[in-house]
Write a protein that binds this ligand. Sequence first.
Ligand code: PLP
Length: 415
Amino acid sequence: MSTILTENGVRKMDEGDPLATYRDQFYLPKDVVYLDGNSLGAAPKAAFDELETAAKTEWADQLIRSWRGADWWVLGEKLGNQLAELIGAGPDQVTVCDTTSINIYKALHAALSLRPDRSVILTEAEGFPTDSYIAEGVQSVRDRTELRLEDLDEDTIEDYLDETVAVVLINHIDYRSASVRNMKAITEKIHAAGAIAVWDLCHSAGIYPVDLEAANADFAAGCTYKYLNGGPGSPAFIYAAKRHHGSFSQPLSGWWGHVEPFAFEPNYTGDTGIRRLLCGTQPILSMRALKASLDMYDTVDMAAVRKKSQSLTSLFIDLVDQECDGLGVTVISPRDADARGSQVSLAHGNGAAIVHALTERGVIGGFREPNVMRFGFAPLYLTHHDVWLSVAHLKEVLETEAWREDRFNAAGKIS
Ligand SMILES: *Cc1c(COP(=O)(O)O)cnc(C)c1O
């Protein structure tokens, strides 16, 4: 970085922003710079109308007729097809349902069912914990299945692949550091070893132009309440490549996944398409809030999202270098914008207290143990000037050591 960044110079970066019109489509509280969209995305204003229609017209007025009349019955697949555009999936290979954790559970069993002669689930030792917890759960109910937790990346994964590995569960973008994995290269290595690739897209869906088909991925799952702005607890999504439809099995064999759900047969026969991954009745109201967000995404250019995301995160790093030099924070996300998702993580021994002090000032970020402050940059509703403001507050909190106050260090605080 050669020239000094000024507030006016940063304001100029917002001129001509092709995504500028989206900010007004979100409800954003006054005097808040929201840098935690990687945990819970902001609310699209359209979600309020969508929820009202779903609750008042479809539920209250139309009652049970809405299962067909308002397409509630196939809402997951409809939303899945909208979402497919954002993750490079073809039609009818994505459905919205359940939680990411549950979808990973189904995907791991599905993968194991496709490799009956193999016994190993390989996943990351340092990934988001639910992934390895769920893998443990899968292992616990299957005889002779072994779980291996390793440090997986493009240049290490081959060390752990052998003819016993049935499935690899791996994150596309790391939740702690935001480093991006090469999905295509890693999937190729997994396939070369004869295993199935399950991708966790929680930190890339809606923020990074994912291309599952180009990567030849087998299964994928991810959240919709982070960058996809679907609202608290909005259902997750699951992808199964067409080539596996009709071939895999999964143990949550509820009636929604039956080939003829209304035949009410005593025995289970799975649907031959993506619905085999469904279990039971889905949260229609939550799905409708997500629909509002996906309708907005129908108009969004993901290349522009990626470009602005890189610009915002690069600016944040440059400003931290310029303003917070010598104040004890270290950038732990990749400095190469191409290797980074839409979050910048800073390490500081008192990170939790600093995040609380920032939150009180209206700059909302997140914290992850042991010392990681996470700042997520959602290009649809943030500006470069927001980045300026956030670093100005960070600098002040660090310089004045405002974070030392007791209320920021109380036990039991979470962020
Ligand atoms: C947020 C997140 C999850 C969350 O799973 P839920 O079942 O929705 O609670 C899973 N995996 C990763 C990588 C995440 O970041």
